[in-house]
Design a protein around this ligand. Structure first.
Ligand SMILES: NC(=O)c1ccc[n+]([C@@H]2O[C@H](COP(=O)([O-])OP(=O)(O)OC[C@H]3O[C@@H](n4cnc5c(N)ncnc54)[C@H](OP(=O)(O)O)[C@@H]3O)[C@@H](O)[C@H]2O)c1
Length: 322
């Protein structure tokens, strides 16, 4: 198929491009052209900002794509999603939208399944993603466009732009303590980026996936502390955990203290049965195997030698000890 991927040069979207290429699809990426060297060989690039709707329509006019993967978050509103679909015209045979597990109301009982009510629990990010989902669903209902919504959570793996597993690699490798918010007992669920990209590719043109939303993430659930301990096991070094009260955070210089977005105090646990039951898709990676593969990538890229700023953590440690 002739497939357009919005994004294509950083993390999730680049893995999607690679997975689509492996399956023999003709792939074009659309982005603002900030990292042209990252566009894989054999992939065509269209340079446009998705939030500039007139220019976007001009760039996509007459291109005749069969399918689109709407991945880049710009931050992308419902209007941006609708403008993209309009610009692609009536020939489209499938639209896949990357939403998030954060569309669910996280105050409701676990696990959060595809039928769990959506809410603005996660604020503006949830609002944008819900609007984006609704723009697709509206086209599915009114015009019969086959659409699929993908809801990942805590995506990890090579090329990750989020400071999560690499955050802990940086510290454990250097023998630095890891600061843990409170008891570190909130549950998290991580999904390997290649499993996500493979699942998204397998959905392409799949009639059973039309009009559906799927949670796409790993099948293991782990506490915040459990995640750090697993990273230490992968790195092969001991880790010292130091608990801190998140109320201290406004008193130290801003900066990540526990990964980029792993601090928050609610569980994040999602049902994965629908993807398995309806499409027969399961992740290849266990969390341990995926972290080991990511650790290998991190060292191969020389990230183990990168400079790291510990100012926030040092200030927090001083506060804890005072
Ligand atoms: N990472 C997670 O844990 C996680 C969890 C749940 C959901 N998600 C969702 O997964 C998606 C992918 O996230 P990601 O961080 O991996 O990013 P990504 O897919 O790698 O997206 C970045 C790409 O988007 C392009 N881009 C950015 N702004 C653009 C714009 N205004 N117009 C056109 N292209 C633009 C960038 O290129 P240029 O800079 O050159 O434009 C780059 O190619 C997002 O929708 C995110 O909300 C991620």
């Amino acid at each position: 198929m002739r497939v357009l991927v919005v994004g294509g040069t950083e993390f999730v979207s680049l893995h999607v491009v690679r997975a689509l290429q492996r399956e023999g699809h003709e792939v074009t990426v659309l982005n603002r052209g900030r990292r042209p060297e990252r566009v894989p060989a054999g992939v065509r690039a269209i340079v446009a900002d998705r939030t500039q709707h007139t220019a976007l329509a001009r760039a996509l006019a007459g291109q005749g794509f069969d399918a689109v993967y709407d991945v880049a978050y710009a931050p992308t509103t419902g209007e941006d999603v609708a403008a993209l679909l309009d610009a692609l015209g009536p020939g489209l045979r499938h639209a896949v939208f990357v939403s998030t597990g954060r569309v669910y109301d996280h105050s409701l009982p676990l696990p959060l399944g595809e039928e769990t009510p959506r809410s603005l629990y996660w604020g503006e990010y949830a609002k944008h993603k819900i609007e984006g989902e609704d723009a697709l669903l509206e086209r599915h209902r009114r015009r019969g466009l086959p659409i699929t919504i993908v809801r990942p959570t805590h995506v990890y793996g090579p090329l990750n732009t989020r400071n999560n597993e690499t955050f802990f690699f940086d510290r454990i490798l250097r023998g630095r303590p890891v600061l843990v918010p409170g008891a570190g007992g909130w549950l998290r669920q991580f999904g390997h980026v290649e499993d996500l990209a493979d699942a998204m590719t397998a959905m392409l043109g799949e009639p059973r996936a039309a009009g559906q939303a799927y949670n796409v993430t790993g099948e293991e659930v782990i506490t915040q502390v459990g995640f750090v301990e697993l990273v230490a096991e992968v790195v092969g070094r001991p880790v010292t955990l130091v608990s801190f009260d998140p109320l201290f955070l406004p008193r130290v210089p801003p900066g990540p203290v526990f990964g980029q977005n792993l601090v928050y105090d609610c569980h994040a646990v999602y049902a994965t049965a629908k993807l398995r039951a309806e499409l027969g898709l399961r992740p290849r990676y266990t969390l341990g195997a995926g972290l080991a593969q990511t650790w290998e990538w991190y060292r191969k890229e020389g990230l183990d030698r990168r400079p790291v700023d510990f100012a926030t953590e040092d200030a927090l440690l001083a506060l804890i000890r005072s």
